[in-house]
Design a binder for this molecule. Structure first.
Ligand code: GLN
Length: 234
């Protein structure tokens, strides 16, 4: 399954999630260390960030392996923000490989990535429309519909996970989202870690071997702001 990572704190470049750390998303795309399903994440990648001068977050998504984009290292060094999200994708069998199926999905200032899989019949009824037929795009649309009508981000994620898991008990539903002021995530079926320092680093698996990474228990929801982190059971 895919790998994703997010940062909230002092301004950093996207390279801090991708190719600066030893086990960043670039390395995780071909040699993940904690991935429970799948081996390589070569079906695309994406990154999103918040620019104080723009109303909506900026995104860059490609349906090629992250190592195949020669322009990415320069772009990732120049794209800087207090709030970042990036992902590398291993498409689930039967899902389309296209940019619109690649995280981060975005709407109303929210960026979202999904690490896992869910039956289409379980996720399609949760939203009116989605930009791709990929399971993740439907999950994203379901979260965006809730967050867009005022439900707090973490609550929107939790609600969508419980509905999807209710219809597909085999579903794996690690969602990671941010809105420029907070990070929210669910852990449901795959690994997820937090590292707290001068900001919050959240990732499917540690980006380096520094001490301080802690695994978040399965079946929980995480809310992180610059004031602190809350982990609750789902
Ligand atoms: N099911 C999603 C997709 O096909 C996510 C895959 C993943 O986590 N590997 O893109």
């Amino acid at each position: 399954m895919c790998r994703h990572a997010a940062w909230l704190g002092p301004v950093r470049s996207l390279a801090s999630l991708i190719d600066e750390p030893e086990y960043g998303l670039l390395r995780q795309s071909y040699a993940p260390r904690r991935q429970r399903y799948g081996t390589v994440n070569a079906d695309g990648f994406g990154m999103g960030w918040y620019d104080p001068g723009l109303a909506e977050p900026v995104r860059y998504r490609r349906a090629v392996p992250i190592w195949a984009d020669a322009n990415l290292p320069g772009l990732a060094r120049a794209a800087r923000s207090h709030c970042l999200l990036a992902a590398v994708r291993s498409a689930t069998v039967g899902m389309p490989v296209e940019e619109t199926a690649t995280a981060p999905f975005a709407s109303g200032g929210v960026l979202l990535s999904h690490n896992g899989r869910a039956a289409r019949e379980a996720v399609r009824p949760l939203a009116d429309d989605a930009e791709s037929t990929c399971d993740s795009a439907w999950l994203a649309a379901a979260v965006f519909a809730r967050a867009g009508s005022g439900t707090p981000l973490a609550e929107s994620l939790a609600e969508v996970v419980m509905l999807a898991a209710g219809k597909d008990p085999e579903a794996r539903l690690n969602l990671l989202a941010c809105d420029g002021a907070s990070i929210a995530a669910t852990v449901w079926g795959d690994s997820f870690f937090l590292h707290l320092g001068e900001g919050v680093l959240a990732a499917s698996e540690p980006l380096d071997d520094r001490p301080g990474w802690r695994a978040v228990p399965d079946r929980s929801v995480v809310t992180a702001t610059t004031d602190g982190v809350r982990v609750e059971a789902l």
